[in-house]
Design a protein around this ligand. Sequence first.
Ligand code: HAM
Length: 428
Amino acid sequence: MAEAPPVASAAVPEFQTSPGMRDILAPDSVRFRRFVDAFSSVVEPAGYQLVIPPLLEDAGVFQRMGETTDVVAKEMYRFTDLGGRDVALRPEQTASVCRAFVEHRPTTPWKTWYAGPNFRYEKPQRGRYRQFDQVGVEALGVDDPLLDVEVIALGWRFFEALGLRQVTLLLNSLGEPEERARYVEALHAHFTAVGDGLSEESRATLARNPLRVLDSKRPQDAAAVAAAPLLAEFLGAEATEHFAAVRCGLDALSIPYRIEPRLVRGLDYYLRTTFEYAGGTLDSAQNALGGGGRYDGLVEALGGPPTPGVGLALGVDRTLLACDDEGVFTPPSTAVEVFVVDTTGGAEALAITHELRAAGRSADRAYDRRSMKAQMRAADRSGARLAVIVGDDERAAGRVLVRPLRHGGDQTVVDRPDLLTQLEALLP
Ligand code: HAM
């Protein structure tokens, strides 16, 4: 006899989300969408237009961000599709936006914003996921340091709009490509001289990408990192001037910042201005709420004309954790305004909910001809402010009862044709 297929127990379902991936249910999902709305209402009035790149690109698009970038070399969801193409789920969206720029050649300045998921095969923990969302802006075609200031200020304004207070803006300049290259050489020499004094992980990082050793939080590396040369010593006149203009612009807008000479960020396309917003309530390993900077060579690396670019991306998941910690931007209520209780069989509820919804009111009801008691329980659970009740008597008399559910008050009898106007008076 054939064996019966295994039956998943109720406690442990057969299928669950894979590590680092989550379902986001209401009310968090509603807050999530409002977060994106709040971001658009800060950036759209500044001339940024929504761009929606695909989640999947030729893997080469991301490789141009720098082969030594961990995000590209070690964390990409990369595979061959059924047509034999080497593709990857995007680990971020700056490269996709630059690819789109090269493909469509829009007029410059091209100011865009985006929102959506990204994928990195990282070790999951609080605030670090394998699928995570970002909102961001990218501005292409302008070299002006005041555009850097605009981008940084938009991020800052957005945190203010959320109500977050414990955010620190960290600022640095990575210089021009040659300056950055000389700095990387100097770092390589410095850390090589430390030799076995460095942790094993940092020695491996050193071979790949000396800049990233500066990010090490391991106690064994602390002394070598503290003694490392500073980028500021390598900046030439132009980069110094650009950086000064950025600082001056931030000062003019009274946006506080801290110069962080060791801020190198995890992606390798940055030149000149780089910045990060650190959340004060989060664990230091995952406290970057967002960041960005200039990437003047990326469009060219993707086959386009030399085009300067600057942008930022904010982690939605992490910023919402910071909001939880600070008790701001709390999940909104997902309750409907009106719950219709119908003991006549359900057709009245069908008609009334339809009418209310068409008039812009939110309304729900119970199904399956349940008892009055069960329907009233459902009405209470729904969180609605009012119940509209119809029994056989009310139906016969062409009336309904309107009963407040949450803040007390008397039940009223309303003529059916007057229901909408009565509700206007009772609901804000
Ligand atoms: P990024 O620093 O890699 O920059 O990511 C920006 C933000 O995304 C981080 O500060 C963090 O809040 C969030 N994030 C990154 N990885 C994860 C993860 N595994 N789980 C949860 N949140 C995460 C970029 O992606 C650049 N594209 C930013 C940019 C735009 N630069 C110029 N333009």
